[in-house]
Design a protein around this ligand. Structure first.
Ligand code: FAD
Ligand code: DHB
Length: 390
């Protein structure tokens, strides 16, 4: 089999790239090792930057998104038992964020590829890339019990943090920057309406918590926990008790609504960057190249920013107008990647409990007081949170 762009991974990065290339008249094949049902039900991020929503809308993916999503114009930072609203829209000239589950974006993308006759192969195995420094790289894989080779002009490594593409760049040709955090997030979905109109990020002495939402009937909530927390030790009762404790306000004015929990999981938090994001004819995008801790709600949005750049570069290449966009792909992406790395690290540092260090805690409160009282500081948070221009 032959295609112009061989894409490894059918997460948001790989699927959106395939869709954008289709709109440019460029052929691609997406290879995914999990099943369609699995990738469509994998619960992850929920916050879309305005630029992400605009791109999805402009490329014909906005119908269900606009019908079912929730638009938010602010968020709350809660500390010392008191809430403080950050008016995202007022601070950013009217920009907003949109709440729409990542798996809904993935469903919409798969439906669009299907409708447009795209090739997305699920449940492939033994994926391996070769010939990356030649002008005819290949991807070997097994599908339906048979070995295949896909010949391509370019390979896009959109296979997430644990994929095989990043490791195909020789170790001497890449530098990896890594930071792990001494905590993770326990995340739940519950069948209950939201307790607050906007997201609530809380710094509490027992640890961080976050109240988010998916729809008028479903809430998404997170608790800081150990990175290797045993989810089996968390009964529904224990989760609710901990959420009540961490989100309580001093004046008692806040009531957390409870409902049946139907999904629970633990995710570690990590910061990671691989430089460069390209090698020969291989281009990495999304989590394959970088990871941010979830506190800034940026992982999915950063993946979208990468593939937008990659699609532009590939459109230039295949229309015979040169390759300078592709040559500078990594350099261009990494400017945004490192800005987002800093923002996500900063939000994480400000809001989580780091052991028993009272000095660190006082610094966090000083930072939170500043961010919630200075327009300049609040604007820094707001413009990063809604997404800096591409
Ligand atoms: P992925 O979504 O990881 O997609 C990569 C795809 O490649 C997967 O479908 C995988 O199955 C496939 N793949 C892997 N290896 C191979 C192979 N060898 N061959 C073929 N296919 C392969 N961000 C937030 O902002 N907020 C959150 O709350 C949040 N929660 C998260 C929770 C978890 C558990 C994880 C892992 C991430 C979370 N993120 C969150 C980050 C966000 O979901 C990611 O940044 C986003 O999924 C990146 O998209 P991607 O397409 O680059 O990678
Ligand atoms: C959600 C996830 C995040 O990481 C975040 O910072 C805000 C919201 C969510 O899943 O809704």
């Amino acid at each position: 089999m032959r295609t112009q762009v061989g894409i490894v991974g059918a997460g948001p990065a790989g699927l959106l790239l395939s869709h954008l290339l289709h709109l440019e008249g460029i052929d691609s094949v997406v290879l995914e090792d999990r099943s369609r049902a699995y990738v469509e039900s994998r619960v992850r991020a929920g916050v879309l930057e305005q630029g992400t929503v605009e791109l999805l809308t402009d490329t014909g993916l906005g119908d269900r998104l606009h019908r079912e999503s929730l638009v938010h114009r602010g968020l709350e930072l809660r500390f010392d038992g008191e809430g403080h609203r950050i008016d995202l829209s007022a601070l950013t000239g009217g920009r907003t964020i949109t709440i729409y589950g990542q798996q809904e974006v993935v469903k919409d993308l798969i439906a669009a590829r299907e409708r447009d006759g795209g090739t997305v192969l699920f449940e492939v195995s033994d994926v391996a890339v070769d010939g990356l420094t030649s002008d005819r790289p290949t991807i070997a894989y097994t599908h339906d019990g048979r070995a295949h080779t896909l010949e391509c002009d370019v390979v896009a490594g959109c296979d997430g943090f644990h994929g095989i593409c990043r490791a195909a760049i020789p170790a001497g040709e890449r530098t990896e920057y890594d930071r792990t955090y001494p905590f993770g997030w326990l995340g739940i979905l519950a069948r209950v309406g939201p307790s607050s109109d906007e997201l609530v990020y809380t710094n509490h002495e027992r640890g961080f918590s976050l109240l988010s939402v998916r729809s008028p009937e479903v809430c998404r909530m997170y608790l800081q926990c150990a990175p290797d927390e045993d989810i089996g030790a968390w009964s529904d009762e224990r989760i609710w008790e901990e959420l009540h404790t961490r989100t309580a306000t001093r004046n008692g004015g806040f009531t957390l609504r409870e409902g049946p929990i139907f999904e629970k999981g633990v995710a570690a938090l990590r910061s990671f960057v691989c430089e460069p994001m390209q090698y020969g004819r291989l281009f990495l995008a999304g989590d394959a190249a970088h990871i941010v801790p979830a506190t800034g709600a940026k992982g999915l949005n950063l993946a979208v920013a990468d593939v937008r750049r990659l699609a532009e570069g590939l459109a230039q290449l295949f229309s015979g107008q040169g390759s300078d966009l592709l040559e500078h792909y990594s350099e261009t992406c990494l400017r945004r990647v490192w800005r987002v790395q800093h923002f996500s690290w900063w939000m994480t540092s400000m809001l989580h409990r780091f052991g028993d260090d009272p000095y660190q805690h006082r610094l966090q409160i000083a930072e939170l007081q500043y961010v919630t009282s200075s327009t300049a500081a609040a604007t820094t948070l707001a413009e990063n949170y809604v997404g800096l221009p591409l």
